[in-house]
Design a protein around this ligand. Sequence first.
Ligand code: GAR
Length: 203
Amino acid sequence: MSERTPVGVLLSGRGSNFLALETAMRESRVPARVALVVSNRPQAAGLARARELGLATVCLPHGDYPQRRAHDEAVVAELRRAGVEWVCLAGYMRLLSADFVRAYPQRIVNIHPSLLPAFPGLEAQRQALEHGVRVSGCTVHLVDEGLDSGPIVVQRAVEVRDDDTVETLSARILEQEHVAYPEALRRLLSEPWRREGRRVIFG
Ligand code: GAR
């Protein structure tokens, strides 16, 4: 098998995107391995699942640090110690400081439950419903210093139904997230690509 890139996964909650990535890596659909799972919340279900899978984990509660920068420094130190080369944010509900982004330039990926640049930030699915869009979806993007603002890698669209609730729409978007995230990481790690302005261009 070709070289597998050591990836660090950062999560704050359920961890279903982490599991979709980990499964794709284990099945060799993505040429990578999970080198470390980091959570800022001790009670995150994703963290417990990672431990069950026998993966290396670390929990760094953000409340233990005086400011974002100090917390991010601790996270980056753990990632470096584990030899992490790429970072996947998987429901990591923290903005990254500029120093964090600079520590892994163009090597941090995030998934967001809307078709960016529409509905950045919290509760993207609720924002989409309240706005009345007929189509929403998910976006995998490279992380820059802004809020959900980095160059887009993969998007998948989901139709909004008249009877959708936040829960039903979120569930259908989540299904597409689990397809989009492994696909985006696979392409970033195995295909030539370049960034042109805001665009990620493959080939
Ligand atoms: C996912 O829907 C992800 O797109 C979203 O949090 C959920 C995490 O679920 N992320 C954001 O809203 C980031 N702005 P998961 O823990 O089951 O992967």
